[in-house]
Design a protein around this ligand. Structure first.
Ligand code: AHR
Length: 307
């Protein structure tokens, strides 16, 4: 702190004098918990102080946290924006205070990309596309309509917007695929359960659920079982994340396919902070490497899965 920002004319600061302020989305999912743990551990290992705040999925809380980091004169601000829009004012305040901002996990839709140094995270459109491509392959021999329920992530969040887009794009070529209902479950298990309960009543002939994350898929499993049906058999499920509980459900045959979204962003975030401190320019966009999992691949990966 002390009013001098990292990488200024005074040169780099030693690690133990750097202060980073991080504003997290919340603790809505297993993914988010793993992400928080990984980021906190990486800064601890690097000997860099991390101020952490949990916004409980509310943009106003994130804006407050960022303003407080500006006031405290931290060296770098990092945050995972709960929704895409509405950040320009606070990001301009950070810029005016000469405090570099790094986006982790989720994007903002600002036209002015000088408002942040770097954006580290997944390609969510690609994730949605991979889910859609699996659906195409799974039903390639079917001549019947395929009725799909989509469980959306938080309304306005980059992963909800992009995963819907990538999926829709993948299945649009064949009109046997029909998204019969699409509603937000806010990336939570409870949300996924509640929405599935309601949507199964209005769409008892649904064949497949596409959940924007594993937690909502796990909630959907509970709702499907409560309705006396077999998840993974009577109603197939494809989801995104590949957290342990999701992978277990996949290995058990209750989820049919998972697209990975890695929460392990801590080390790369530390690297970006170090680059900024050294006066270097980090890459503007760093895309996380990810894979996909079938039932057998999940069973194989589970024993060594970290999160
Ligand atoms: O932004 C990443 C998404 O947020 C994860 O896929 C989801 O589980 C989390 O809540």
């Amino acid at each position: 702190g002390g009013g001098t920002s990292a990488g200024s004319s005074e040169g780099p600061k030693p690690a133990d004098q750097l202060v980073v302020g991080f504003s997290q989305v919340g603790s809505e999912s297993g993914w988010r918990t793993a992400n928080t743990t990984d980021i906190q551990a990486a800064f601890k290992d690097a000997g860099i102080e991390l101020k952490f705040s949990d916004a409980q999925q509310k943009q106003e809380n994130q804006i407050k946290a960022i303003r407080s980091y500006i006031q405290q004169g931290v060296d770098v601000i990092a945050f995972s924006p709960v929704v895409e829009t509405g950040w320009d004012a606070v990001l301009n305040e950070a810029k005016a205070a000469n405090i570099p901002v790094v986006l982790t996990d989720r994007a903002v839709d600002s036209a002015d990309d000088s408002l942040y140094e770097s954006f580290l995270g997944s390609d969510f459109v690609e994730e949605g596309k991979k889910a859609g491509e699996w659906v195409l392959e799974e039903y390639k021999d079917s001549t019947e309509p395929v009725k799909i329920i989509q469980l959306e992530g938080t309304t306005g969040a980059a992963p909800a917007i992009d995963r819907a887009e990538g999926f829709a794009d993948a299945i649009k070529g064949d009109d046997k695929f029909e998204v019969v209902a699409s509603q937000t479950g806010d990336f939570t298990r409870a949300g996924g359960k509640q929405v599935t309960e309601a949507l199964l009543k209005s769409n008892p002939d649904a064949n497949l659920i596409y959940a924007h994350n594993d937690d909502m898929a796990l909630g959907a499993i509970e709702a499907i079982e409560a309705a006396g049906l077999k998840p993974g058999v009577d109603i197939k499920i494809v989801s995104v994340d590949a957290v342990k509980d999701g992978m277990q459900a996949l290995a058990d045959g209750k989820i049919n396919f998972i697209v990975e979204c890695s929460p392990l962003l801590g080390k790369q975030l530390v690297d970006i902070v170090n680059q900024i401190n050294e006066g270097e320019t980090p890459e503007k966009r760093i895309i996380t490497e990810e894979t996909t999992f079938t039932k057998d691949q999940a069973a194989e990966a589970l024993p060594t899965r970290q999160y």
